[in-house]
Design a protein around this ligand. Structure first.
Ligand code: G6P
Length: 553
């Protein structure tokens, strides 16, 4: 199969981009008073405004033709039906099945996948209730007050984001803590305030072989053993993994192991038992609402024509900028303190999924796939990197995310926050011309000489594209929708580019090298087998450790 970049649809878009390159969004808005109506969609209390983009109806049509030529509708069907869309690993990608509703009328798949999902959901529900009612006790008979979720990457980012985003809904359960980093500082800081007799650890790892998680889990176990005996370990550890055997070897009791499956990619796994800690914090009803929000997005994605399909339109907009305008990055700016970790979550989701160099057939791509995902919560980001967005020559598409209802009852804050969000997208799109700058300076009474000097510095070119996602309230349901929206968006991009969003072979390489370097850091012999820089850094590290007299163990 040839690359999509060799298709007539791709060539038509290349040409269309050239014809649009000299037109500003200001002009597009002036020419079409119905732009907002034409380029916005509403779904279940979620408004997606994509009118502030460098697009016309023709752009939309051409992008939709590209999606059809790339076989996106067929790929969506294959995904839905559990075909092995993860070709390099020979697996299906059935994360959407994890949020299916038993009463949805969907046929249960013949291979029993839905039955397996329901069985684990039931095990989770019982566990959540036992924890929340104080039935599940620690080794000295006290109820569990703190739950430490140990996992990294996909086994951390989704649940951590959701727990932070839904903080106002975390009532009646244990306090949640998340530990991911190999730097022991994170675990040490977390354990410092905890009582081993009332602390439960959830070790979350698809493979149960990940270095960070294994190291943190072992240290947590040692911490527990300082005040109890090995017989108590099984009472204080649960595991969420596809590798039951390794979890049992660690000391987790079989009934405390929650399964998930190889057809759930780590970064798509928050809907599985990987979300157990979140479910303990939210309560079962809250967790179900989270799944239902995602299921609503699935239903929209799988059943809506491409031209009204929110994840598909978002995917096409990203492809438009990355593949046809040369954009290298995409910024996420949630104007919501609860979504501060959204950029970090999407960094893995997007960059691990779409940062690929070959097609699913192994053919080298002749265009970039995936963008550098970055961002920071608003309004903080206005005082950090917005200068670059307003006046540098870089094209950076932005997603603004904002909730109509705040999480607090403090007066005055929220209208100002929302106003800032809307003002930034307006200013970035509209810009400020030389004539407008001059007129403004003149109105302020500045002398002509001063106006001349300042004008070039104050011009904002504008034409910076952005989407705005506005919803009424950040509830478990809305968050489920939002997270599933981005999952489908990112996978649709991959399907159109013809790459596999479900593998991550590149991540392995650095891990292999780290294993080799560990013994070299403590060996008395100089490392000689690396490049000069790495050998030099190993030697310098050893010298520093010797000088400071710290132990390396
Ligand atoms: O869940 P685990 O098996 O511990 O894997 C944790 C993480 O490991 C690697 O970094 C992978 O690239 C990630 O996709 C994965 O989420």
């Amino acid at each position: 199969m040839s690359l999509i970049s060799h298709s007539a649809e791709w060539a038509a878009l290349t040409q269309h981009q050239q014809s649009l390159a000299q037109t500003s969004m200001r002009e597009l808005f002036a020419a079409n008073p119905l732009r907002f109506e034409q380029f916005s969609l509403q779904l279940d209390g979620l408004l997606f405004d994509f009118s502030k983009h460098r697009i016309t109806s023709e752009t939309k049509d051409l992008l939709l033709s590209l999606a059809r030529q790339a076989g996106l509708p067929e790929w969506m069907q294959a995904l839905k039906q559990g075909e092995k869309v993860n070709r390099s690993e020979g697996r299906a990608a059935l994360h959407h099945a994890l949020r299916f509703r038993p009463d949805s009328g969907l046929p249960l798949t013949g291979d029993g996948i839905h039955a397996k999902i329901l069985a684990v959901r039931q095990q989770m529900q019982q566990f959540v209730q036992a924890i929340r009612c104080g039935e599940r006790l620690g080794y000295d008979g006290q109820a569990i007050t703190d739950l430490v979720h140990i996992g990294i990457g996909g086994s951390d980012l989704g649940p951590r984001l959701a727990a932070e985003a839904l903080r106002p809904f975390l009532t009646g359960g244990p306090r949640l803590h998340f530990v991911a980093n190999l730097d022991g500082g994170e675990l040490a800081r977390t354990l410092a305030g905890l009582n081993p007799a009332t602390t439960l650890f959830a070790v979350v790892s698809k493979t149960f072989t990940t270095l960070e998680t294994a190291t943190n889990a072992q240290s947590a176990r040692n911490w527990l053993l300082q005040s109890s005996s090995a017989a108590n370990v099984s009472q204080h550890f649960v595991a969420i993994t596809t590798n039951r055997q390794a979890a049992e070897q660690f000391g987790v009791a079989p009934e405390n192991i929650f399964a998930f499956w190889e057809w759930v990619g780590g970064r798509y796994s928050v809907w599985s038992a990987v979300g157990l800690s979140l479910a303990c914090g939210l309560g079962w009803e809250g967790f179900e609402a989270f799944l239902e929000g995602a299921a609503a997005m699935d239903a929209h994605y799988f059943n809506t024509p491409l031209d009204q399909n929110l994840p598909v339109l978002m995917a096409l907009l990203s492809i438009w900028y990355i593949s046809f305008w040369g954009a290298e990055s995409h910024a996420l700016v949630p104007y919501d303190d609860r979504l501060a970790r959204f950029p970090a979550y999407l960094q893995q989701m997007d960059m691990e999924s779409n940062g690929k160099r070959v097609s699913t057939e192994g053919v080298a791509l002749d265009h970039a796939s995936g963008a550098i995902i970055w961002g920071e919560v608003g309004s903080n980001s206005q005082h950090a990197f917005f200068q670059l967005l307003h006046q540098s020559q870089r094209l950076v598409p932005i997603d603004f995310i904002v909730s109509a209802r705040p999480s607090h009852s403090l007066p005055d804050h929220h209208p100002q926050l929302v106003a800032n969000c809307l003002a930034q997208s307006e200013a970035l799109m509209w810009g400020k011309t030389e004539a407008e700058v001059r007129a403004e300076l003149r109105a302020n009474g500045l002398p002509e000489e001063e106006i001349e000097r300042l004008t070039p510095h104050k011009v904002c070119p504008g034409n910076q594209p952005s989407s705005t996602l506005l919803f009424s309230e950040l509830s478990p349901y809305t968050l489920g929708m939002l997270m599933a929206l981005y999952e489908h968006k990112i996978c649709s991009q991959a399907a159109i580019w013809g790459i596999n969003p479900f593998d991550q072979w590149g991540v392995e390489f650095g891990k292999q090298l780290a294993k080799k370097i560990v013994p070299e850091l403590i060996s008395p012999h100089a490392a000689t087998e690396h490049d000069a820089s790495t050998n030099g850094l190993i030697a310098a590290y050893r010298r520093y450790v010797e000088l400071s007299g710290t132990s390396q163990q």
